[in-house]
Design a protein around this ligand. Sequence first.
Ligand SMILES: *Cc1c(COP(=O)(O)O)cnc(C)c1O
Length: 436
Amino acid sequence: MHFRSTRGDNTVTFDEAVIQGIADDGGLYLPDEMPEFSVEDFSDAASISEVAEILLQPFFESSVLSSSLGEIVAETFSFPVPVTVLPVKQGSAGLLELFHGPTAAFKDVGAGFLAACISRLEGDLDHPLTILVATSGDTGGAVAAAFNDRPGMRVVVLYPDGRVSDRQAHQLTCWGENVLSLAVQGSFDECQAMAKAALTDTALAGKYRFSSANSINIGRLLPQCIYYADASLRHYRNSGRKPGFVVPTGNLGNAVACCMARMFGLPIGEIVLATNANRTISDYLADGKWLPRDSIQTHASAMDVGNPSNMERLRFLFGEADELNRVVSAVSVGDAEIEDEIRRNFAEFGLVTCPHTATATFAWRQMSAEQRRASDWLLVATAHPAKFESTVEPIIGQAVPLPDAMQRILSRDRRFVEIEANLQSLAAALDARFSE
Ligand SMILES: *Cc1c(COP(=O)(O)O)cnc(C)c1O
């Protein structure tokens, strides 16, 4: 199997798609054919890693890594992905917990898998590959954690100084020799502009072998299909019913992965996208007009996206709004509703949810009784609430205990360099750390 851009017909191997990230024509890579599985194909798979090996095998046919798939999968799923059943009175609902990884958000899965692949493909002790990542908070920590101490690889994280939470700042700055954390005196947009400028600066890019690890890389998307496959298979085996999923959605990577898993034949029912007050997706599904806009800040900050890039994949796979409405539905959730929802989840279930996860429980709770009973629902929990303690703790009136993995990260020493928001400052910081 090969991979093809959403904007052209040229095909590339898995390895090329992962290394390039974005296609030359500006499009996003997708498999050029969709494998079809049945539930029986997974009957011998007892763990999420075994599900992953079966599901990913066709995509690795064109890869030099095919014989390493088992190792790559084991590195990616070094933490559990459990479902917690909720004590609801009618119907059935559970929480799919994607936050047990090193930085306590689902991005650890995609970042871990990508790091396992890229370091095998491109790691070079004499001339390391340098992953450049501009981050507004969550992504940079997951990428740094995933590449930390991998031989032949470096990571440079650019984040807007003073505009990420204290715990996020810690996760961005507590890594080993091969990670350079840069506290940029500017905005996230400026960080992104600097990363772009560096990637296209021939001299600098030649010296440091830049690459990016952003969320449009197919190497981050594919592994996200796995937890939908695993959770739906387990649910189906136990109950004989296909679960529906409610997915907190920003850039649409996690949601596209869920739709792809269903395309591959996994037992998945309805898919509902829960967004925050950024309404680009819900407006499009309602009136068919695709109107990207500036993002607005919300409690669910990792979903503050006004121009979700993975919509290009969704439209390519399923068509425009009228057809897409048959594939997914969307619910937009405001900040006041997120606050109420965090309070209600705690009062009714004793469950502490992060603001992103609260959009999913809201979307489920506002369904009609009929819709709630028509299917069993798995609500996707994308981050641990301790990561967003400044929002969550005042609402529930108590402290959220830190998970062990986060505790370990927060006990590491921080190390970072403050730089001005321009390319010269970035180049100087790179030379100071990495040039011999
Ligand atoms: C990134 C992120 C999201 C949004 O995921 P997309 O794939 O961009 O739609 C939701 N919740 C959390 C906690 C995130 O970090």
